[in-house]
Design a protein around this ligand. Structure first.
Ligand code: ADP
Length: 376
């Protein structure tokens, strides 16, 4: 068996770092490959990897070369760890120490699957080795506790540096705080803006989130007070907008995008995800029925000049998984987990691109905005 450099490169080109879209060759992680008979030496250069991410990468490389090139290859992987470039950690201002990226997930209309998308992206990120938190700020229907099977949980208080902090509840590797933990189901909706904003502030600043690569905030639908409170309180990395392809949902999603893009808000829109793109019976995955219209959210993204991150079909098991409290993408190698893998990688690529190319987002000072009238 003669191992070639090309064969090794071809394999490495299929591998990316946990949580990233770009492969390790294009990303510049592989600095050298040498072949000596059946011995392969690979040099890698990584920016501050977590131990888990590093192990995962090594195992993936070993397994892929053994499976696809030569099962008896002797492989040495040398990893050089370098300090991350400064601009990779750009969030300043009133940031939460230890939290790298805060992403708001919004939708124009309710019921389009915003929380479903949030929970599936969260577990996918966790499976990729990222540290993830979800803050459920949807006062109209806090459904994250149900989707993570932690309904009725009450966060404990822990002392950190002499201060009491709320301890998020953890499941499937995701830390969670929800407005639903503090209200009765029928109560949340009547919360007034300032009350909800105060509770949210506590869940953001008086919580012991620890170190997170991503904090996802599941916003209420529409463009209301909560949105303004969040952009005022936090330096968001960006926003993700979820919509179905249906016209009524799209026109509301458009307002959402305009709100983030407004001159005095300026939160980068990291992308649009289309949910309920078509119906697919699980046993006939080739059959697609475009119940709500075709590619509407994809066209919306193009029209507004923001990235399109992918589409998710209507699949019965997605709804069932949410109701059982086990997000569908926890099951590996299904149509739906493949979709969420791709969408999550696209999202992470956008965050990396944004962090490299845009200045840090500051918490917004809104002085001359009359509610959300300005964007209607
Ligand atoms: P939102 O957060 O926008 O109000 P949800 O995520 O709560 O919406 O979703 C509304 C309902 O639709 C839930 O019952 C959910 O399980 C279901 N649902 C969402 N996306 C899908 C999908 N792709 N396939 C099947 N059911 C879905």
């Amino acid at each position: 068996m003669k191992i070639t450099k090309q064969a090794i490169f071809d394999v490495l080109k299929e591998i990316s770092l946990p949580g990233e879209g770009q492969n390790i060759i294009d990303r510049g992680v592989v600095t050298n490959v040498m072949i000596f008979g059946d011995q392969v030496d690979i040099d890698l250069q990584l920016e501050n990897p977590s131990l888990q991410a590093r192990k995962k990468l090594e195992v993936t490389i070993l397994r892929s070369i053994h499976q696809e090139v030569y099962e008896k290859a002797k492989i040495n992987i040398n990893i050089k760890v370098v300090a991350a470039k400064k601009q990779l950690n750009p969030i300043k201002g009133k940031s939460i120490p230890g939290i790298e990226n805060i992403i708001a997930i919004s939708s124009g209309k309710g019921g389009v699957g915003k929380s479903t998308i949030t929970s599936n992206i969260a577990v996918t990120l966790a499976q990729m080795g990222c540290k993830v938190g979800v803050l459920d700020a949807d006062i109209y229907g806090p459904s994250i506790p149900t989707m993570f099977d932690i309904e009725g949980s009450k966060p404990l208080s822990v002392k950190i540096d002499g201060k009491s902090k709320m301890q998020p509840i953890e499941n499937y590797g995701v830390k969670i705080l929800s407005i639903g933990f503090f209200t009765k189901p029928e109560q949340a909706v009547i919360w007034r803006g300032p009350m909800a904003a105060k509770a949210l502030n506590q869940m953001i600043f008086d919580a012991s989130w620890g170190e997170l690569d991503f904090l996802l905030i599941d916003l209420p639908p529409g463009t209301g007070d909560i949105h303004l409170s969040i952009v005022q309180a936090l330096p968001l990395s960006g926003a993700l907008v979820v919509s179905t392809p249906q016209n009524v949902a799209l026109s509301d999603a458009k307002k959402g995008i305009s709100m983030f893009q407004q001159e005095n808000i300026k939160v980068p829109v990291l992308g649009v995800v289309e949910n309920m793109s078509y119906f697919t019976p699980e046993e006939l995955p080739e059959n697609k029925y475009y119940i709500f219209g075709k590619k509407g959210a994809e066209y919306l993204a193009k029209d507004k000049g923001v990235p399109f991150l992918g589409s998710v079909p209507i699949i019965q098991s997605v709804r069932e998984a949410s109701d059982y409290g086990r997000p569908a993408s926890l099951q590996e190698k299904t149509t739906i987990s493949d979709k969420f893998n791709q969408i999550t990688k696209n999202l992470v690529s956008q965050v990396i691109f944004r962090n490299k190319n845009l200045p840090p987002t500051k918490a917004v000072e809104i002085t001359n905005l009359v509610g959300c009238e300005a964007i209607k």
